[in-house]
Design a binder for this molecule. Sequence first.
Ligand code: HDE
Length: 683
Amino acid sequence: MADNRNKQNRKDEQLEDVRAYDTENHMTTNQGLKVSEDEFSLKAGKRGPTLMEDFHFREKMTHFDHERIPERVVHARGYAAHGEFEAYESMTPYTKADFLSEAGKKTPVFVRFSTVAGSKGSGELARDVRGFATKFYTEEGNYDLVGNNMPIFFIQDAVKFPDLVHAVKPEPHNEIPQAASAHDTFWDFVANNQEAAHHATWLISDRAIPRSFRMMEGFGVHTFRFVNNEGKAHFVKFHWKPKLGVHSVVWDEAQKLNGKNPDFHRQDLYEAIEAGHYPEWELGVQIIEEKDEFSFDFDILDPTKIWPEEDVPVKIIGKMTLNRNVDNVFAETEQVAFHPGHVVPGIDFTNDPLLQGRLFSYTDTQLIRLGGPNFHELPINRPVCPFHNNQRDGYGRQTINVGQVAYHKNSLANNQPSPASPEEGGYEHYQERVDGYKVKARHDSFKDHFSQATLFWRSLSSAEKQHTIDGLTFELGMVQSKSVRQQVIDMFANVHLDLARPVAKNIGVDMPEDGVTGDGKTSPALSQTTSNHVPDTRKVAVLVAEGFNAEWLKNTLTDMEKAGLVPELIGEQLGALQGDDGTEFEVTKTFQTGPSVLFDAVLIASGNQADEAFARDASDYIQEAFEHFKPICFKPLATPIIKTLDIEDSPGVLQADEDSTSFAGKFAKMVAKHRFWERDMTS
Ligand code: HDE
């Protein structure tokens, strides 16, 4: 076990070797020369021209001029953290992958979450798919599980990826809109490439506006293969299940967040890890035997299809914990290079045509982004096990290879390095039998584009369905071309008329006459209502004015923290505020800097000195939180605010008890519910 731990520490040690603690030393040039002056360039006379001879100025400026590298063509906006994966049990009956071979085995990981469409500086609450890419630094080499927070994809063949991405990116004639699918070209693409129907239905649902990276599922999307020591293979799909459950914000909240805090998701992850609230996901696998390849009413190689969890159960096989923020976002998060082709023995591919295309694209993209073929030598990308081959030279080469031999086979270096047999850990591709005509075509088994989109729609709760109608109404409401709007509605009629018809009405196009109606098969696992609901790490805004009940507030804050909540005091001004017995509490955000959209719930603790300004600000604050369905509690002093808003009898609005412990318990239960969707917003 100690040895195991040593191996896990290797990634940390490797990163330690290249870390620079610049604060402790004199400043030098990149050649190590001590710099004596860093504020003034070398000039001929104090008021004279700057001289070319100032090598320090030139080095500093040249480096600065070259500081930017091309952003990722997709998934540009991302954030990452380090952590650890622990296997729950031996998976050797299915796979020989060493990191899954025994219970308790730990492997260092690095995970990058991202949006897809927006540029590097775009708002994180865009309606979009989220990337969920994990690099496992295993003892057999790096394994990358490069997934998304949605289990399916828009297209079935990689050759269409540039078209999809061109369609969703800002339109080329005016570069509008940034980080948004709500425009003509995206929906024109969807209507004219109807294999996108299933993923488009997920995109207009709550799944596209997560509350937090920590509250998203992750999916490998494609069907992969597990291969065991005997060479026997099983089909496998990968899932990440968040311990905090799967939760989303509402669209109005998302739009406000993009303005009030476009870093909302990264800050949430960063702060949770800094506070020691390490987010956790369990790794699950769905496994299908090779003999059952054709036993389903969809093609298991089709990346626009899920394997419903009720039909193929998810077996939980390990846990990932993210426990360390990066030290430097550029060196780690920006330079990390993922690739679905980074596999280890025991994990192999299938003929999913989307996966096959990805296996080409990812290396190619790193070559342009990271400037050459040596990106694997960057500290964040280095395997923790040794690597040897005859590759040499290229931009940014760091290894100093010794010796005269750089070819295989050879006799001068005793034929080293030499390939390893499978018994010695050498990777051997699964020997799948393949025969057929060379054709550019789609198999008939890939032609059903709608039944699983319908399954998804039918599996949603009524609140989720309403959000999905609202999502499509917004998206198509932004589309200028009436013809595109009509085409999309006609397409969604094949998903369900209960979705297509209300949207048709909202966006002024013809109501579809025919389409899918009524009930049918559902998959409860597709609704977020069936995921975990816990209060842990949820943020509570506590609104305070001078003269609050100090004893009660002190106890309540402690009890809320014990229940897992993270309360923060919001007031008219920053700084110390006195309670009724003179005790001072620190207000850390104002109504302006700590708006309700940053929090999961609100408690108005008020105070007997509350003035009109407080009543007005608190009232606006509560109104907004109420409209976002958030739990709201209030002390008796704040009753007038609640009464004026006429919300005292609404679900999820509660007067606080005098007994802080019992109150904190009740409040935590309300917060765990996430939102009170049953609130009637029409009254
Ligand atoms: Fe990607 N994708 N992708 N993708 N993808 C990239 O690689 C590509 C697809 C995913 O945090 C790029 O390094 C093609 C599916 C994630 O660094 C690029 C196709 C899924 C990330 C690329 C797909 C993904 C990327 C851009 C269709 C979910 C971010 C920068 C065949 C299973 C990884 C880069 C990170 C990034 C190509 C479709 C996930 C251009 C050709 C399906 C999470 O290589």
